[in-house]
Design a protein around this ligand. Structure first.
Ligand code: UD1
Ligand code: UDP
Length: 411
């Protein structure tokens, strides 16, 4: 039988991290011909992921420009995809999440009447400007897609509420599949600043912040909260791999450069990042991905945003919405540093996002859609997380530093 040609289109760091396990899954199955098309919306941060997961692009649109606008990302992707689709003639195009690559990739597929599968479908805040432009990107992508791969039951319910067309599948999030390969108790950091940190003696906080809706005043307030936090707490070290966006870097370096115990480093590769989080005391972030990864490692998360499209971990207690006001961020961070009971409660919460088998479910769903399976894949059930290999592995490994930290963090 002729293999189904599935073209995965992605362009930013988080899309690549979350699509990598799925691309690998498709590559491993004879029923598929997997084609990988990068838009290149990101460059260094994307290439680093491709290298770590040993993925090769079949096409690369190289669209990134310094300080690119949303219109330039969208129009350059749309135009670039014309030729790629004409050449590759895919049976299905997969896009991921909510970036401008996601939306433009889906729109390009639609213009060529090619069915779209949306991975990480159904996340919503119901506020079209927050996150901006992601809420609209994913809503429009949902309208275009035929197949919706929802990480959680809540995501599926969001789509049902919208009366969305197409087939919905409850799969779990592929990021948990990716973490199965990256987190290692015996991991040795490549980044000198990370190697120099004593994770046992110090309380290390991982920080990231990059969202467009936080540009300007909110980001300044966040950075000022961080500066005050570190000045008040001599026991903490803050590690911040700063996004390559010049807008972000101007703000962050303007406020935190040369502040003692704040380590501003360049973006690190995903293995470094996951292992950094696994050894951190807690995480402060406006990132979507980190909100899913940190709970999988039993790490409390303070979300530096006004809302979140990932309410599941808030409900289970691992994640707290800190907002973007300096006083509130300080209050919550200090609560985690000084109140053991609060810390223990947040660090022990369960993870609702995946069991490490999302990619297999998605591949099976595609086969079902193309009439090569008679049954749909079974839904992901979050209860199975209690036995998730990541947690067991971290608990039982003999690696001394991680075991000690793990115990200290009461994972
Ligand atoms: C994009 C996504 C956002 C996602 C984020 C993940 C959109 C509109 N936004 O935002 O949803 O959360 O990626 O990180 O799709 N740059 C580099 N090298 C890189 C990457 C970026 O120099 O490898 C610089 C460039 O100057 C670029 C700027 O960062 O113009 C911003 O990149 P862009 O993709 O437009 O926005 P992000 O904030 O990264
Ligand atoms: N990440 C990384 N290196 C870094 C910072 C983040 O590999 O220096 C990873 C992180 O673990 C997560 C993903 O990048 O998997 C999140 O990307 P980002 O925060 O840029 O985007 P978002 O998830 O907010 O869309």
């Amino acid at each position: 039988m002729t293999p189904i040609k599935v073209m995965s289109v992605f362009g930013t760091r988080p899309e690549a991290i979350k699509m990598a396990p799925l691309v690998k899954q498709l590559q491993s199955m004879p029923e598929f011909q997997s084609i990988c098309c990068l838009t290149g919306q990101h460059r260094e941060m994307l290439d680093s992921v491709m290298e770590i997961f040993r993925l090769k692009a079949d096409y690369d649109l190289h669209i990134m420009q310094a300080r690119q606008t949303l219109s330039s990302i969208t129009s350059r992707t749309l135009l670039g995809m014309e030729e790629v689709i004409a050449q590759a003639k895919p049976d299905l195009i997969l896009v991921h999440g909510d970036t401008s690559t996601t939306f433009a990739g889906a729109l390009a597929a639609f213009y060529h009447r090619i069915p779209v599968g949306h991975v990480e479908a159904g996340l919503r805040t119901w506020d079209k400007y927050s996150p901006y432009p992601e809420e609209m990107n994913r809503t429009l992508t949902g309208d275009i897609a035929e197949l919706h791969f929802c990480p959680t039951a809540n995501n599926r319910a969001n789509l049902e509420r919208e009366g969305i067309r197409g087939e919905m599948f409850l799969t779990g999030n592929t990021v948990i599949d990716a973490m199965k390969t990256t987190v290692r108790p015996d991991y040795v950091f490549q980044t000198p600043e990370l190697n120099a940190l004593d994770f046992r003696a110090r309380r290390v906080i991982t920080l990231t912040c990059h969202r467009r809706e936080n540009y300007g005043e909110p980001m300044q307030a966040i950075m000022e909260a961080v500066r005050e936090l570190v000045e008040r707490h001599p026991e903490i070290e803050i590690v911040y791999p700063v996004h390559l966006s010049p807008v972000v870097r101007e703000c962050v370096f303007g406020i935190l450069r040369d502040v003692p115990r704040v380590h501003l480093i360049d973006p690190i590769d995903v293995e470094e990042m996951h292992n950094l989080m696994a050894r951190s005391y807690f995480v402060m972030t406006d990132s979507g991905g980190l909100q899913e990864e940190a709970p999988a490692l039993g790490k409390p998360v303070l979300v530096l945003r006004r809302e979140t499209e990932r309410p599941e971990a808030v409900a289970s207690g691992t994640v707290a919405l800190a907002g973007v006001e300096k006083a509130n961020i300080l209050r919550l961070a200090e609560e985690l540093l000084t109140n053991e009971e609060t810390y223990r409660r947040m660090a022990k919460a369960v993870n609702p996002y995946g069991d490490g088998h999302a990619s297999e479910r998605i591949a099976d769903a595609i086969l079902w859609y193309f009439f090569q399976r008679t049954t749909r894949p079974a839904d992901f059930r979050p209860g199975t997380y209690a036995r998730h290999p990541l947690r067991r592995r971290i608990r039982t490994q003999s690696d001394q530093p991680l075991r000690t930290i793990t115990r200290a963090c009461k994972i």
